[in-house]
Design a protein around this ligand. Sequence first.
Ligand code: NAP
Length: 284
Amino acid sequence: MTAVKMDGKELAAKVREGVAREVAELGHVGLATVLVGDDEASHVYIAAKHKAATEAGIDARDVRLPADTSEGDVLALIDRLNNDSEVDGILVQLPLPSHMSETKVTYAVSPAKDVDGFHPLNAGNLYLGTPIHVPATPSGCMELLHAYGIDPSGKEAVVIGRSEIVGRPMAMLLMHANATVTVCHSRTADLAVHVRRADIVVAAVGRPGIVTADMIKPGAACLDVGLTRTEEGIRGDIDASVERVAGFLTPMPGGTGPMTIAMLLQSTLKAARYRRSLLAFPGS
Ligand code: NAP
């Protein structure tokens, strides 16, 4: 048995085409990204997000600040972007330099413009099952499941990782889709025991090959989020041997990564609709 490849690149292209059409209908959609400092990977991610946004017709503003920028200056910038009528969505690339509080900066972004879904109001609404903006990576995983006809309802899902940007929101989305969800993390006593019962596995750890073929229930859908740059190239959390056992598997690269960018664009479009009152912002 060879797993069906869950082609994130192909699906992302479709999502991006849809976004481009809707951006053209709306006229102007603006996204501001804020990058503070010299983190190498962040520069790569921001460049990819800008390219995709521009290709979709989104007016992408690239704000870059030196690593020694004060927290006060970053907060003042966010305040200006919150009040800028040309800006629908704001994305602050993490990690921020260690001298500033990521919590403070994340909380400062207006929830309606928080296209990453990191603000507590957005995290809280996801928890409540009334999502506004949802973190892009788990959102992309749900799109992949849907596109390949995998309905989480009644299934056993195991999410490995419990970060605020991937694992936790992923578990919430799967639970709201009626899966029975187990969340594993660094203190999980026996990872394999849990993964073995999973119909859906989402690995978001950042440890190459932590999920091996012997842990996988035959036919399971396996989504690889973990991404580690090694001397041999980019490696995921899911070992290549899983392909022989799984029913569905995302490639690495070309799986969850392209979907993350596509969902960010979709979130920006949603923010534009909130700002134009084409969508009612919950609680407003
Ligand atoms: P993170 O904040 O470092 O979280 C990693 C999680 O893995 C933590 O919850 C940690 O547990 C858990 N963990 C660590 N060792 C483990 C082990 N031996 N067994 C089980 N769980 C273990 O990372 P993140 O931001 O969620 O990102 C996770 C990975 O996804 C990274 O490789 C990142 O580069 C990648 N990523 C990819 C995309 C994409 O688009 N494909 C997007 C975002 C992130 P504790 O909570 O106990 O520490």
